[in-house]
Design a protein around this ligand. Structure first.
Ligand code: ADP
Ligand code: MG
Length: 139
C-alpha cells in the first residue's frame, strides 16, 4: 500500500469537476483517506511548489494555485503514486493520453485540473504539508 497527494486545482473546482475527478480515482481503486477544501495564500502555494521556484512559470503557477479553492486529498492504494499519475495524464493536456483527466478536462499546461505526487519522497512531504497523521484514515 502506498499514499500519494492529489489536488483538484482551482480550474477544476470552478468547473464543478470535483465529483467527476474523485469518481475516476475511486473507480481505479484509489481510496480517499483524507480530504479538505482550502484556499491557499500565494505564500503557501510558493512553499508547496518550492521545488519549482527557479522555473519561468513559478509566479504564474503559484498565482493560479492561490486564485480559488482547491480540494486536497491523500489517496491510498497499491502503487498509488504511479497509478494516479497515469489516471491524471501528462502535464500538458494537449499531450495527455486519451481518457485521462487532464486530456478530458485540462485547458492548458498550467490549468491542467489536478496535481499528483511524483515520487515516494515528494508524496511524504506533500501529504505532511497538508495533513497531520491523525487526519488520515487508517484502514
Ligand atoms: P506535474 O504537475 O505533471 O508533475 P510539473 O511538476 O512539471 O508537472 O509542474 C507543476 C505544475 O506547474 C503543472 O502541473 C502545471 O500546472 C504547471 N506547469 C508545468 N509546466 C508549465 C509550463 N511550461 N507553463 C506553465 N505552467 C506549467
Ligand atoms: Mg510535479
Amino acid at each position: 500500500m502506498e499514499r500519494t497527494l492529489s489536488i483538484i486545482k482551482p480550474d477544476a473546482v470552478s468547473k464543478n469537476l470535483i465529483g467527476e475527478i474523485i469518481r475516476r480515482l475511486e473507480e481505479n481503486n484509489l481510496k480517499v483517506v483524507a480530504a479538505k477544501m482550502l484556499h491557499l495564500s500565494k505564500k503557501e502555494a510558493e512553499e508547496f511548489y518550492a521545488i519549482h521556484q527557479e522555473k519561468v512559470f513559478f509566479d504564474s503557477l503559484t498565482s493560479f494555485m492561490s486564485s480559488g479553492p482547491i480540494l486536497v486529498m491523500a489517496l491510498e492504494g497499491e502503487n498509488a503514486i504511479a497509478r494516479n499519475r497515469i489516471i491524471m495524464g501528462a502535464t500538458n493536456p494537449a499531450e495527455a493520453a486519451p481518457g485521462t483527466i487532464r486530456k478530458e478536462f485540462g485547458s492548458s499546461i498550467e490549468r491542467n485540473t489536478v496535481h499528483g505526487s511524483d515520487s515516494p519522497e515528494t508524496a511524504t512531504f506533500e501529504i505532511s504539508y497538508f495533513f497531520k497523521e491523525n487526519e488520515i484514515y487508517h484502514y
